[in-house]
Design a protein around this ligand. Structure first.
Ligand code: HEM
Length: 530
């Protein structure tokens, strides 16, 4: 199936007065509870053949911004409205936990930030967030550059060996981005060089095996792996546990080493934020040095594992879709390359030059709008709540009983015809900072004053219509890390190569687990630029 065909949603139905009146009446009669919500009846076939978030989009256009999705006895509330999303993610965030997602991820991430219970989360978030401060990010730019250059050199060498005459090569860029993102996250988070760009190793295989299983679990709707004995009987579960052991052993060694090599000298440098003379600038070093010996090894391992998984596929995916979109638009590609050539003319990438790669950053954000990673945020209510109303006739909002499973569909929000002009078109320019009082084209409710000082168009500026990194207290801790990492990698790719898709865009099929990725790779023709 064609991505483009799948991308074109039907026009939203105009709701007439009668619809609204009947919605209001039902809402009133059932007291505004879940019973009042429009219901989309999911068929089991909706779960197969195409990613679930496509069906959620069709039902959004049909049933409105908050509806109940019923699969037999199981039901989910699907939210595609910014005010309701803001309520769940920010205003009443602690009324919700990660529900189904935590059940899936706990065996892998333990008590890491993503699946953690609220008490553990509060403690760890306070410790981890300072690790991502501005000087750490600045030090990371050196790692992003070194790793991206290694990838570019490998691609250049392949061209030299495979097609010297034409100076072209066909490669699966999704696989290359995946290796690159793994190398960066390894070095940045725990100072371990996977070097997956140039070699294979048991740890790399184990990481991919674990990611594969995490994806399988997120698309498999019955958690059979919790049944007794599956760990020993089901071959893929046996493999999963042996992969997990390989990674955990590696992380345990790194933690032990970080603790044994802790030096007061380095702690002083860290306290003074003097990163220039530190050999190891990783997050692990920060967590061990700043907290001393009191850090619990097991918790630390869960934190590292969470970062490894959260920061790897997501970044690889945004790079993949950025190239996919850009390769279909020669004018935008040219504009991007012109910016890269002029900003990076002297070769070096610094924090200053990164700030000037404005168009590259917008390309990445626009790719995240069209292909959000993950496309759905998952929550479960810990106590009763009431959602705000005001849309689709649900004037009073809906009551949410304890234990309700909710999908906040970022995909629907980002492609909502109610908030974006030409929602399915790739238009990085839509984010250009507006002149005062003009507002961003395609943005509703934009307040230019609030954009001052923001590093990128984010959920605050867009009032929750744009959630590239989530929002509220559980917003991504690695947003700046990821944005700069992707900017460096894309800029260095475009500086060295002209990139075209190998075939038609229609051949690139989508699949989803936690992120949206391609079914068979992003095969591109790279030509060395002169
Ligand atoms: C959370 C997106 C890269 C670490 C999140 C959330 C989103 C997100 C949407 C919120 C999830 C929710 O509310 O349920 C992304 C995207 C990335 C990216 C699109 C890349 C383009 C990274 C990186 C790291 C990271 C590089 C670490 C180095 C985390 C962690 C959380 C998180 C630890 C959980 C935060 C918490 O619950 O307190 N990410 N992320 N992410 N992300 Fe990222």
């Amino acid at each position: 199936t064609s991505v483009d065909n799948q991308q074109q949603p039907p026009k939203p139905k105009q709701r007439n007065l009668l619809d609204n009146a009947s919605n209001l009446l039902t809402n009133f009669l059932s007291g505004g509870g879940l019973g009042a919500m429009p219901v989309a009846e999911g068929a089991v076939t909706d779960l197969f053949g195409k990613p679930l978030f496509f069906s959620l989009y069709d039902w959004f256009l049909e049933h409105g911004s908050v509806y109940k999705l019923a699969f037999g006895p199981k039901s989910f509330v699907v939210v595609s409205d910014p005010i309701v999303a803001r309520h769940i993610l920010r205003e009443n965030a602690f009324c919700y936990d990660k529900g189904v997602l935590a059940e899936i991820l706990k065996p892998i991430m333990g008590k890491g930030l993503i699946p953690a219970d609220l008490d553990t989360w509060k403690q760890r978030r306070k410790v981890i967030t300072p690790g991502f401060h501005a000087l750490f990010i600045e030090a990371m730019v050196r790692i992003f550059t070194r790793c991206s250059e290694r990838t570019m050199s490998k691609l250049e060498e392949l061209i030299e060996t495979e097609d010297r005459e034409q100076k072209t090569i066909i490669v699966d860029l999704e696989a290359e981005f995946s290796n690159l993102a793994l190398d960066i996250i390894g070095l940045g988070v725990f100072n371990f060089d996977f070097d997956s760009v140039t070699k294979e190793s048991p740890v790399i295989k184990a990481v991919y095996g674990t990611l594969f299983e995490a994806e399988h679990r997120s698309t498999f709707y019955i958690p059979y792996w919790n049944l007794p004995l599956t760990k020993w009987i089901v071959p893929r579960q046996r493999k999963f546990h042996s992969d997990l052991k390989v990674i955990n052993d590696c992380l345990d060694d790194l933690i032990k080493n970080a603790k044994e090599t802790r030096q007061e000298d380095d702690v002083e440098k860290l306290q003074q934020r003097d990163y220039s003379s530190l050999k190891d600038v990783s997050l692990l070093r920060f967590l061990v040095d700043m907290r001393g010996a009191d850090v619990d090894d097991h918790q630390l391992r869960d934190d590292l594992m969470t970062m490894l998984i959260a920061g790897h596929e997501t970044t690889a995916a945004v790079l993949t879709w950025s190239v996919f979109l850009l390769a279909q638009s020669p004018t935008k590609m040219k504009k991007a390359q012109t910016e890269v050539d002029s900003v990076l003319s002297n070769g070096a990438i610094t924090m200053e030059s990164l700030k000037k790669l404005e168009y590259i950053k917008l390309i990445i954000l626009e790719a995240l709008r069209l292909y959000p990673q993950p496309p759905l945020l998952i929550r479960r209510s810990l106590r009763p709540d009431k959602l705000p109303g005001g849309y689709n006739g649900a004037k009073e909002g809906y009551e949410i009983p304890t234990g309700t499973d909710i999908f906040v569909s970022i995909y629907n929000l980002h492609r909502s015809p109610f908030f974006w002009d030409r929602p399915n078109e790739f238009e990085p320019e839509r984010f250009s900072v507006p002149k005062k009082d003009e507002g961003i084209e395609g943005w509703s409710g934009f307040d230019p004053d609030r954009s001052l000082g923001a590093m990128y168009p984010n959920e605050i500026i867009a009032d929750f219509a744009f959630l590239p990194f989530g929002g509220g207290p559980r917003k991504c801790v690695g947003d700046q890390f990821a944005l700069l990492e992707s900017t460096v990698a894309l800029a260095l790719l475009l500086r060295k190569f002209d990139v075209e898709l190998r075939g038609s865009p229609d051949e690139v099929e989508m699949v989803t687990g936690a992120t949206i990725h391609t079914k068979n790779g992003l095969w591109c023709r790279l030509r060395k630029r002169t």
